[in-house]
Structure formats: structure tokens, C-alpha cells
Design a protein around this ligand. Structure first.
Ligand code: ADP
Ligand code: MG
Length: 561
């Protein structure tokens, strides 16, 4: 620490480049500070440093990270505490941490090892113009940073950490219960599903909130180790249709289910909304590209004669993009599809009797989802939860119909089935048609070029765009990719696998390999800066990794015949 002070004194008032002398490791009373990367000028992305605290100083026993879920909970806890301390103290400027949002996920901002806690910061080193300001730099590194560590880490509340870990245990128990008992999703009574606004994922806090309450016929009770018995609505595997009038909370329910693939932090309102981890939201996404996707279960006989078993396009339509999204999710291994009419192509979802009468079958390339949803479950074991306010024809294929009425769900399965019997739809259904083949593809990794000029350029711009060399991959239609740090991790993962496989590899092998490496070695592994500050990454699911690769416009694939 004395040495750090000496260097700062020496470079005070010099040109910004002299900050580079700070690179190195410094012993503080409670931790070691590593300054890994120093920004070249005040306008470049901030400098990066790590703080290493010995674990024995923190009284984190072996039970704190006994399971992977607990380890992630601990990481999330410290990242959250650090973020809050930094935010609360107005005088602290220039220290940042890649803190968590509402979802609890593994991230590189904090790493818990057997013997230490490793915390990763970004630091904006102070300057006037391009001149180093020694005094505030000294304050930042030797006073503010230790104060932040002191409050958020050294003096953390063990009680608070304990409840954090307990919640993770309970969430894991619900996940296991769903799997063992063939449910796709659980929404606890009392959950708060609506969000503050369309651009915020914080809970709506208002007296108008209607807390969730399960209809009696769909209610189950799950014994949780810490919370005790919890009651809520459990949706069985199969086909679930959510109906109801406009503005009655259908999409809000589905969105909560979508996010239930992640655990939520305490106070979110969706802590006990848990979904099959593999569930994939699929939507229409016209304009996206596709590379040799087999969409023939849904689309065949296109007017231009294109082969739909290896469908490639630079500009998919609403229906073909939705078909591709479904087939790609199935290829990646999902066992539950989530679909909202709000973001679907109507002609992909349904074709009613009158349209069938007017447009000859031979002239219609699309077999609508309604004719495949049952065989998808019967043949492939893939469930569907879908929101349909406008197409009662779905009653016929539904195993369960939930009606939202003023934000309260009712089980209307019997009534819907009776209506389906009484009012025939008149449409020529094809409920028993075979689903068709789910084709696995082999990806040519040479279609990903990380270089842009002489340097590799791989990063994310928010959560909607991945920058890979000269290419930009638009992932804005991938709704379960929830933050930019996940997008950043995906970018690094793609570069990482490009360095492992030199040519082609089955997409499923790539996803499996990544999963194996990252679970064994940690997310740091995919960063070119491992051992230093690996950048701000958060763990994506394999479905989002596949989704990003699939949206790469230069992607080339081979289909094994
Ligand atoms: P739908 O899809 O049925 O048209 P939405 O799910 O979009 O309806 O919900 C309509 C509005 O109602 C949204 O502004 C949403 O935030 C709000 N909302 C949804 N669920 C609740 C609830 N349980 N309590 C209060 N407001 C809610
Ligand atoms: Mg809606």
C-alpha cells in the first residue's frame, strides 16, 4: 500500500499515460489489490482491478457453498451488497461493479474459491483533461475502495447472507419438485407478477397489485426446507392455454413464467415462481436470418420452391421465423415452449375453417402450430404454455385452460372442453399428424471471425447486440437473455469454442462442451483475460448461446442427412 502511495505521488500532475505505472499488486491490511488493466486515456473504458480477501476473514464456512446454487447465491449476495454500498455513498465516484439485477445468476464480478473471495471492479482513474489528479486518485484507491470492502464484505450481515442461501435452497427444492412430478411451472400464492413499468423488472408497488392466487383445482403444496410448506399453482406437462380478456394479466403471467427459468432475489415478488429450466420463449421475429434450419414440420411447399428441410434466408417472414425459433429451441434441447399471441404470427398459430375453405390446402405452406402442439408433446415430450385470447379453436388441443380475469386465474378446462364439443370449430384439424423430424446441425465455426482489422473484437452492446469481429448479431428477439453481461459471456463463449474446434462441430456438442468447461472451471475460463480481470460476464443458458449463434448472419451449417 505504501508503494501504491509512492507511485501516485510520483505520477501526480503527469500525463494520463503515467497511470500505467500503477499496474501491479498491493497489500492492504485486509486484502490484496490487483490493478490488472489501466485505461490508456480518461475516455477509454475504465481500468480494471481485483480485490482478494482471504476467506477465513469472512467466516464463510464450507456449508455456504456446499451446492452450486448456494455458491451462486453467495456471489450474488456480495455483488449486490457492493453495488448498494457504492450507490449509497455519494462521495464515492469512479468505482463500479457489475452488479446483479432481479435474477440471481453466476457472474464473474465475484468469485468464491476454497480459500478466498475475488472481487472484480472497474475504476475510473481521476484526471483533469489528460492530467493525472494524484490526490483524488489516492483517495479513491486507498480510502474509498477499502471503505467499500469494509462495509459490504468485511462487515456483511451473516443473517442476511443466511436468508439469501435459504432462498436458494428453497428454489432448488421447487425445481426438483417440478421435475419429479411432471410439472412445467409453479407460481406461489402471494407472488407479485406485474412489474413497475415496461422498461423495469422491479416489482410494481401499488395498492392496485393483485397478488397471485391459485385456482383450487391446480393448487399444490410443496414442502420447502426453510420456508415450510408453500402453496401455489402448478401447471402439468402437456398443453396449457392461458385465456382471458385483454388487459387481464395474461402476458404478465407468461412473462413471470419465462423468467422463472432463473431464480429471483428476495423482494422481487417472483422468488417462488419457478419454471422448467429448459423452457424457451419463442416468438415471431421477421427479418432474422436462418441457416439450414429444418422447418418442414411447420412449413413446406413454399411458392419459390425453397427446400424447407434446410431453410436458409436473410429475411425470414413472421411465420417462418417463428417456425425456425421453435425448431432451433428443440434442437438445443428444450422441453417446454412458451408462446404469447402478442408476439406471434397469426397465420402460424391458427387457420380457421373459413380460411381453410377459401385457400386450398396445396396453396398454404403452413401447418399451423395448433395442428402440431399435441404431437410435439406425445412424440417428443415437449410441453407448451401459450397465451391465446382470440382463438378458441385451441380448446380442442389443450390439456389445461387457465382463464385470467382481473388478474386472478381460474381453471376453466372443463367449460372450455364442453364449449369445444358444443360449438364445433368446423376446421379440418390434424391433431394426430406426426410432428416430424427435429434435425441436428453441424456448425462451421469458421463462419465466426473475431478479428476486426488486426485485433480481435468480441463484446456486447447492451443485451440486444453481440459484436463479433465485423459482424453484429442482433439478439433483441431472444427474450430470456436478460442482461448485457450474459450477452458479453455469450460473445466470449463463441470465441472460446472457435479456438477449440477448428472447423465443424455439432451444435449440441458445442453447447455440451461449453457447459462442461464452465461448470468445471468457472465462467472466467472463456475470457482471454483469465487470471486477471476477466470482464463483466454473467451465465447464460445454453438456449441463449444457441440462439445467438443461430442469429449470426454469416453462419454456415451442414445438415447431416
Ligand atoms: P393481457 O396480456 O391479458 O392483455 P397484461 O398482462 O399485458 O394483459 O397486463 C395488462 C396490465 O395489467 C399491465 O400494465 C400489467 O402490468 C398489469 N397487471 C398485470 N397483472 C397484474 C396484477 N396481478 N395486479 C395488478 N396489475 C397487473
Ligand atoms: Mg398480452
Amino acid at each position: 500500500m505504501q508503494q501504491l502511495l509512492k507511485i501516485i505521488e510520483r505520477i501526480d500532475r503527469k500525463g494520463y499515460k503515467a497511470y500505467n505505472d500503477l499496474k501491479g499488486a498491493y497489500h492492504f491490511p485486509d486484502f490484496i489489490l490487483h490493478l490488472d488493466h489501466i485505461q490508456a486515456d480518461p475516455f477509454a473504458s475504465p481500468s480494471r482491478g481485483r480485490v482478494i480477501v482471504k476467506r477465513e476473514r469472512l467466516a464463510l464456512g464450507a456449508e455456504t457453498d456446499e451446492t452450486n446454487e448456494r455458491r451462486v447465491a453467495v456471489i450474488d449476495f456480495f455483488a449486490q451488497e457492493l453495488q448498494e454500498v457504492i450507490k449509497k455513498q455519494k462521495e464515492i465516484k469512479g468505482i463500479f461493479i457489475d452488479g446483479p439485477g432481479q435474477e440471481v445468476m453466476d457472474r464473474t464480478a465475484v468469485v468464491l474459491r476454497e480459500d478466498e473471495l475475488d472481487i472484480r471492479f472497474s475504476i475510473q482513474l481521476p484526471a483533469r483533461g489528460r492530467t493525472i489528479l494524484g490526490k483524488p486518485a489516492k483517495q479513491l484507491l486507498t480510502e474509498h475502495l477499502p471503505a467499500v470492502i469494509d462495509q459490504a464484505v468485511k462487515n456483511y450481515s451473516p443473517e442476511k447472507l443466511k436468508t439469501h442461501i435459504a432462498l436458494a435452497d428453497d428454489q432448488t427444492t421447487i425445481r426438483r419438485f417440478l421435475q419429479e412430478n411432471h410439472y412445467t411451472a409453479f407460481i406461489a400464492n402471494g407472488s407479485v407478477l406485474p412489474r413497475e413499468s415496461g422498461v423495469s423488472s422491479r416489482p410494481l408497488k401499488s395498492s392496485d397489485v393483485v397478488p397471485f392466487r391459485s385456482p383450487p383445482s391446480l393448487e399444490v403444496e410443496i414442502p420447502l426446507p426453510h420456508y415450510g410448506p408453500i402453496k401455489g399453482m402448478a401447471l402439468k406437462t402437456g398443453v396449457t392455454v392461458i385465456v382471458g380478456g385483454g388487459y387481464h394479466g395474461k402476458s404478465t403471467l407468461l412473462e413471470a413464467i419465462e423468467r422463472g427459468v432463473y431464480n429471483h432475489r428476495s423482494g422481487d415478488g417472483r422468488e417462488y415462481v419457478i419454471t422448467d429450466d429448459s423452457a424457451c420463449k419463442v416468438r415471431a421475429e421477421d427479418g432474422r436470418s436462418t441457416a439450414s434450419v429444418n422447418i418442414s414440420p411447420f412449413i413446406s411447399n413454399l411458392p419459390n420452391g425453397k427446400d424447407t428441410s434446410t431453410f436458409s434466408t436473410e429475411n425470414a417472414s413472421g411465420s417462418t421465423s417463428q417456425a425456425a425459433n421453435i425448431m432451433e429451441s428443440l434442437e438445443a434441447g428444450t422441453t417446454c415452449l412458451l408462446i404469447d399471441e402478442d408476439t406471434s404470427a397469426t397465420n402460424f398459430m391458427i387457420r380457421d375453417a373459413r380460411m381453410q375453405a377459401l385457400v386450398a390446402k396445396e396453396q398454404e405452406p403452413i401447418t399451423p402450430f395448433i395442428d402440431k402442439v399435441s404431437s410435439l408433446f406425445n412424440e417428443h415430450g415437449v410441453s407448451t404454455i401459450l397465451v391465446v385470447g382470440g382463438a378458441g379453436d385451441y380448446f380442442e388441443v389443450a390439456d389445461c385452460v387457465v382463464m385470467m380475469e382481473a388478474y386472478v386465474p381460474y381453471d376453466v378446462t372443463e367449460k372450455a372442453k364442453e364449449i369445444a364439443r358444443t360449438f364445433g370449430s368446423g376446421r379440418e384439424g390434424n391433431k394426430n399428424a406426426l410432428f416430424g423430424k427435429i434435425t441436428e446441425r453441424s456448425v462451421d465455426l469458421r463462419s465466426f471471425q473475431a478479428r476486426k482489422g488486426k485485433k480481435e473484437k468480441v463484446s456486447a452492446k447492451g443485451k440486444d447486440m453481440i459484436l463479433f469481429g465485423r459482424d453484429a448479431i442482433n439478439v433483441s428477439g431472444v427474450e430470456q437473455l436478460v442482461n448485457g453481461s450474459q450477452a458479453n459471456a455469450i460473445a466470449n463463449m463463441i470465441r472460446y469454442v472457435c479456438g477449440v474446434y477448428d472447423k465443424n462441430a455439432a451444435l449440441s456438442d458445442i453447447l455440451h462442451f461449453l457447459d462442461e468447461q464452465v461448470s468445471e472451471k468457472g465462467l472466467d475460463e472463456v475470457s482471454p483475460f483469465k487470471g486477471r480481470h476477466p470482464g463483466d460476464m454473467a451465465m447464460p443458458r445454453k438456449y441463449e448461446v444457441a440462439a445467438a449463434m443461430n442469429r449470426h448472419r454469416a453462419l454456415r451449417v451442414d445438415n447431416p442427412s
